[in-house]
Design a protein around this ligand. Structure first.
Ligand SMILES: C[S@@+](CC[C@H](N)C(=O)[O-])C[C@H]1O[C@@H](n2cnc3c(N)ncnc32)[C@H](O)[C@@H]1O
Length: 440
């Protein structure tokens, strides 16, 4: 059988969370098992464009149907570093490329978009008219065209000082838009139940993509809070369960975290289960448990496909665990909480993941950091887990950032693996809180 010819496609990323975009794309390609490739050396966080290679439109469209950091994907028809070179490229196309659009009976439209420079309407109309040498035979339909073409002008990296002419121009056919609409679907503003540290919906969806959640997978968040990450995992078809040390958050009690209801008690409808029902995802919900990660309720059984979580950093919520050293008669039956440091939290999370994840299962979590330079050697290790990727998100205060860490379980757990594992006493993370609130 003849191999299918590979063609070029264009991916237009959103210019936000730029450090996470490439990792999300790679993870989605791996989940979908599609043969879509790109030259990593062509990628830069400063540009929204990346050329992809694939043998079918469907493979590229399937990526856009999952990604929240991709705006749209295109069939790349021609490109140039000026309008003359673009014309030479388009005039030299084999006839079969434009043939489907050269027959009457089709409707189409052309839109002009730019990166890092605002274009006025007359400029855009001129650019569209410039394309009149192309053999379009159908009728223009701006509202519901059968085919939508984009002329994408790239003015380079400096928004404050764009050059007069674009540095490169792409002419392409729109294939699919990404899942950016999910950001408003799952907005925290309209969610029934939120907590003080509810994870942003966009980042929750990226985490679910990094964890490779897919229909039927069992997903667990051991620091679940109001369950934002679980919602994103349920969106991709995962069966979700969570736990948290805080009884009030598990039961939706306590004072509301919404500024418009400041000081008021939470209502009966405020719960993780109801959040999932709000999005018609209740059938994906398993349950929530009260559990301390340092003293987990789990049996050692490798049954979880993905652990996706945001551990406490001690900024807006306390770092605490149950004191299991209580021995005296009076203390029996009491649960006393003591302080927990960040390195211990991560150490316990890794140990829990090594015990619960199936082989090939993923752990995705945020690791906060303040310092001059983040060194990958800081990332806590476990012999059962291998690092897949690390991507930075800058935070607003004191040069703080957090790193999205993705690990994969590569070795089946057995306790001898932990014989040389020592509890890190002081890692670069334990003074995160102090440095975060330090006055400059
Ligand atoms: C950053 S918040 C997670 C927020 C959550 N992602 C959400 O969307 O609401 C961390 C959570 O960890 C919980 N936590 C703190 N110490 C814990 C422990 N030792 N075991 C389990 N949960 C703990 C806190 O109660 C808090 O809800």
């Amino acid at each position: 059988m003849a191999a299918r010819l590979r063609r070029q496609f264009l991916c237009l990323f959103a210019q936000e969370h730029t450090d996470l975009r490439l990792q999300e794309l790679k993870s989605i390609i791996s989940i979908l098992n599609v043969n879509v490739t790109f030259n990593e050396a062509d990628y830069t966080n400063k540009s929204p464009f990346l050329v992809l290679s694939a043998s079918s439109d469907e493979e590229v469209q399937s990526i856009a149907r999952r990604s929240v950091l991709i705006k749209s994907v295109y069939q790349l028809i021609g490109r140039g570093n000026c309008y003359d070179s673009l014309k030479t490229c388009l005039m030299g196309l084999p006839t079969h490329v434009m043939e489907p659009y050269s027959k009457p009976g089709y409707t189409f439209c052309v839109r002009v978009k730019s990166f890092n420079k605002k274009l006025n309407t007359s400029y855009m109309i001129n650019a569209i008219e410039w394309l009149s040498f192309l053999p379009f035979a159908g009728k223009v339909n701006l509202s519901e065209p059968m085919h939508e073409f984009h002329l994408l002008e790239d003015y380079g990296e400096r928004q404050d000082k764009p050059p007069e002419h674009p540095k490169q121009i792409f002419f392409c056919k729109l294939l699919s838009i990404g899942q950016r609409h999910l950001i408003s679907t799952y907005s925290l503003r309209t969610r029934q139940f939120i907590g003080n540290t509810s994870m942003d919906p966009l980042l929750s969806l990226v985490m679910a993509n990094m964890a490779q959640v897919s229909p039927g997978k069992l997903v667990y968040d051991p620091f679940a809070g109001s369950g934002s990450i679980l919602i994103a995992c349920a969106h991709y078809g995962g069966y979700v369960l969570g736990s948290d040390i805080d009884w009030t958050i598990i039961h939706g009690r306590g004072k509301s975290s919404r500024s418009s209801s400041a000081g008021k008690w939470r209502g009966r409808h405020e719960s993780v289960r109801n959040n999932l029902s709000q999005y018609s995802l209740e059938h994906q919900y398993i349950d929530m448990m009260v559990s301390d990660v340092s003293n987990s309720v789990w049996r050692e059984k490798e049954i979880i496909d993905a652990i996706v979580t945001d551990p406490p950093y001690g900024i807006r919520e306390g770092l605490r665990c149950i004191d299991d050293t209580l021995t005296s008669k009076e203390e029996e039956g009491q649960l006393k909480e003591i302080k927990y440091n960040l390195s211990a939290v991560i150490f316990d999370l890794l140990k829990l993941s090594a015990r619960l994840l199936v082989k090939g299962g993923r752990l995705v979590y945020w690791l906060p950091f303040i310092g001059d330079k983040f060194d990958p050697s800081y990332i806590p290790k476990h012999p059962s887990l291998s690092l897949v990727s690390m991507s930075e998100q800058c935070l607003s205060q004191n040069f703080a950032s957090r790193w999205l860490i993705t690990m994969e379980k590569t070795l089946q757990f057995n306790s001898s693996l932990e014989k040389d594992l020592v509890h890190p006493d002081l890692t670069p993370f334990d003074d995160f809180r102090e440095k975060y609130f330090q006055k400059k």
